[in-house]
Design a protein around this ligand. Structure first.
Ligand code: FES
Length: 129
């Protein structure tokens, strides 16, 4: 394979992405499009007592988008929603031992979709009160 500067971790998550799929009736749902390439990312979360108990993603994105979302789901699972909200694009890229500079925009999708899903969860919770 041509070496384009992907770390071993990126390749590993790309080949074996974690938490791929859809959650029916999620507590939170986020969908974002990447303005740079037009790819789309969706994240579904299940939340109990403000802790993310399950998370899945679906993407029409590139390999880097798949690897970063796989990593984001692993980082977010088991976290309090407020903690997960603090996960940044930078955190995700550094957990993956970096992404090639021309691919950094791909890591935005995963973190942004997670934040959208948490906002959706909080909005729904507010409505229930
Ligand atoms: Fe679109 Fe990477 S090229 S998300």
């Amino acid at each position: 394979m041509v070496d384009v500067g992907y770390s071993k971790k990126v390749m590993e998550h790309f080949m074996n992405p974690r938490n791929v799929g859809v959650i029916e009736h999620p507590d939170g749902y986020g969908k974002v499009g990447n303005p740079v390439c037009g790819d789309v990312m969706e994240i579904f979360i299940k939340v109990k007592d403000d802790v993310i108990t399950d998370i899945k993603f679906r993407t029409f994105g590139c390999g880097s988008a798949i690897a970063t979302s796989s990593m984001v789901t692993e980082l977010a699972k088991g976290k309090h929603v407020d903690e997960a909200m603090k996960l940044t694009r930078g955190d995700v890229a550094s957990e993956l031992d970096g992404l090639p500079p021309q691919k950094m925009h791909c890591s935005n999708l995963a973190a942004d979709a997670l934040h959208e899903a948490i906002k959706d969860y909080k909005a729904k919770k507010q409505k229930k009160k």
